[in-house]
Write a protein that binds this ligand. Structure first.
Ligand SMILES: [Zn+2]
Length: 292
């Protein structure tokens, strides 16, 4: 999956650190990232020395092995729109849709970009204190923002959501979303609501989206998905009772039971969804177990 960058090591311990010229900068503009997109699919983001930005204007994000990643402080409010206009060294970089990160190489840079984007959105959206309206400042000691007036501390926002593989013997429920850019196969998915356990979310989302009941809910794996500020929690469960589908047409364009052998090879196992589909396809022995 996108977070599996071994043998490289992701380290997100917060530090007040100034960048070196060779460290990387992730600059975002809406849902775009400043990068060079090579013909071979490789994405490269700029180093500090390539964008001529003062080192005091950069926020430390995290490291992967020896590579350190920074965000322009101005993006804690707005992006650096002038960057490619007046710095000749920057002309090779352009703002591209962040979706390039999903399929670009090297993989660890994609994970770094997705995670930097998650942090960017949080910084951008918390410029002002939600309690009293005063402009927030960056916390000295931890990854947080604080309000100098009322003392409100704001931590990064992570939205838990479930991905659900509903199985019925040798079949699994496959869906396609309605009204979204992504047109590929999906599993049932939805956000956890306040007051729910993740298992409650599984039962509710499956019933809302396809109108069936489920049992034997088992946790599979999780995945950070910074493109949408999510932590995805993957569950498998079994159909309980009637298999007839009653699809929510506002959410889904298609929902159907697909035989294990008819599941296509998912080209890239970046996503938890694709990993779960392939897990069901490739490990039938694990799904014959009844786990109560
Ligand atoms: Zn405040």
């Amino acid at each position: 999956m996108i977070q599996d960058i071994s043998p490289k090591v992701f380290n997100n311990v917060y530090k007040k650190e100034l960048p070196n010229p060779r460290d990387y900068v992730f600059s975002f503009r809406g849902r775009e990232v400043l990068c060079v997109l090579g013909e071979d699919g490789a994405v490269r983001c700029p180093r500090v020395e390539e964008i001529g930005i003062d080192k005091h204007e950069l926020i430390y994000l995290f490291s992967i092995d020896e590579d350190k990643f920074f965000l322009p402080k101005k993006e804690y409010g707005f992006y650096i729109s002038e960057i490619s206009d007046d710095k000749s060294a920057c002309h090779q970089f352009h703002y591209e849709d962040i979706r390039v990160l999903r399929s670009a190489r090297p993989g660890d840079l994609c994970f770094a970009g997705m995670t930097a984007y998650h942090l960017y959105v949080w910084y951008r959206d918390n410029k002002y204190c939600g309690r009293c309206g005063r402009e927030t400042i960056i916390h000295d000691a931890e990854r947080a923002l604080k309000c100098p007036d009322c003392g409100n501390i704001i931590y990064p926002k992570i939205c838990p959501a479930v991905i659900v593989g509903v199985t019925d013997g040798t079949r699994i429920m496959m869906t396609r979303y309605a009204g979204r850019p992504y047109k590929g196969n999906a599993l049932i998915a939805g956000f956890c609501e306040i007051g729910e356990t993740a298992e409650d979310t599984v039962r509710r989302e499956v019933y809302e989206e396809v109108g069936v009941k489920v049992k034997n809910i088992r946790y599979f794996a999780s995945q950070p998905w910074g493109f949408d500020s999510n932590l995805l929690l993957g569950y498998f469960c079994e159909l309980d009772g009637d298999a007839d589908i009653n699809m929510d047409e506002n959410e889904l364009a298609r929902a159907e039971w697909v035989e294990r052998n008819d599941i296509g090879e998912e080209a890239k196992n970046l996503s938890l969804t694709a990993t779960m589909m392939m897990h069901f396809k490739e490990h039938p022995e694990l799904f014959n177990l009844k786990i109560q």
